[in-house]
Design a protein around this ligand. Sequence first.
Ligand code: PMP
Length: 465
Amino acid sequence: MSLDTATLERLRGQDAAHYLHPFTDSRELAAIGARVITHAEGIYVFDGEGRKILDGMSGLWCVNLGYGRREIADAVHRQMLELPYYNSFFQTTHPRAVELATRLATLAPAAGETRFDHVFFSSSGSESNDTNIRLVRRYWDLMGQPQRKTLISRWNGYHGSTIGGASLSGMSGMHSQGDLPIPGVAHIMQPFAFEHAHPGESRDDFGLRAARALEEKILELGPDTVAAFIAEPVQGAGGVIIPPDSYWPEIQRIVDKYGILLISDEVICAFGRLGHWFAYEKFGYRPDLVTFAKGVTSGYVPLGGVMVGSRVAKVLVEQGGEFNHGYTYSGHPVACQAALTTLDIMQAEGLVERVRSDTGPWLAQGFAALADHPLVGLAESCGMVAGLQLVRDRASNTLFDSALGVGMLCRGHCFNNGVIMRAVGDRMIIAPPLVMTRSDIDELLRLIRHALDLTLADVRARGWL
Ligand code: PMP
């Protein structure tokens, strides 16, 4: 369904005149005109010029089942007619929220002594992490330790864009706008060996050192002032950063030693992305709270939430009294129905198992092979997320001057040649739909290699190499 030139121009003009895009330089966008996506099917999106583009990012890490799933559309349609909205305030509930809460409690594996029998719903990852801030502070109040207020997170982590979420995030570009982070949030280094390991330091030694930054920060702040540590199992928006194997066990040792709560932000990583229903299971750590969103509805309708582990639930539910927190759309019936149908499809198609034992390993092998490309310094994946580092010189892993914007250049070549990759600086990342088959993955890898070749030629032509 390509659009005629007049329609495209009208849309771009109105877009520039009226629509403020997220994370966008609006003046720059108005000058070049937005790309118009008109429709999508399966793993492909189509733009206004009629181009068919393989969506290597599942929208924004969310359309895990691919586009055009009639089962979800039909179920949502029926739910809208049956009960489009009701709230769960004032001692009221409704069937879909109860069913989804029960279903999630069944899916989330116990972590040691911790069971995940309770869930709090929101509409996004950001709201869920704001909920986490409220939850952990409420927990420590109820525990008679109200001085435990501080949440520790990591530089280059991403936890959302609300005031709370952006504060927890470790993105300097976000912090510099609007006096963030708020008080009571502290940051430590990320476990990104490529960037931070010392020369000669092994990956595992580096992982231990990165984890011990948490202990140092706890001691610096005073152990009895720290409420929680929050982290993504694998950093997503920061550039698909996969921690060394030594990292999570050491983090677990440290949070146990100081008794602080552990929050696993699985907005990207839960629901099969890493080949497990929840990523804490893959890495073997024991969170107290688990943030989710995105893949729970395959992005068809907004829904997020927090799985509340028994340590917190016990205090909050049994002795808590009223928790003065909630959203109009907490447990929205239509969103809950979208999630229930998404989970039905995932189970019927065995997608989590497929990522774990088939497509994840297939992607890992094929993606790692991209490391022979002259522009690629490191290419690694975990389940169905992957990232590669563009470098000027592979032998010494020398990076390009970041001001050149080689990542964005590569992203343009991707988009214009039929595949969506995201650029985080000069890291090129993907999070393809979980429904992809081996041959879809082969096609994705072929398109990526072609875009890398075009980028190499472009970089050479510009005299940057
Ligand atoms: N946490 C993580 C790990 C995320 O990746 C994101 C979104 N990319 C968020 C939180 C925020 O989610 P939302 O954009 O739905 O508010």
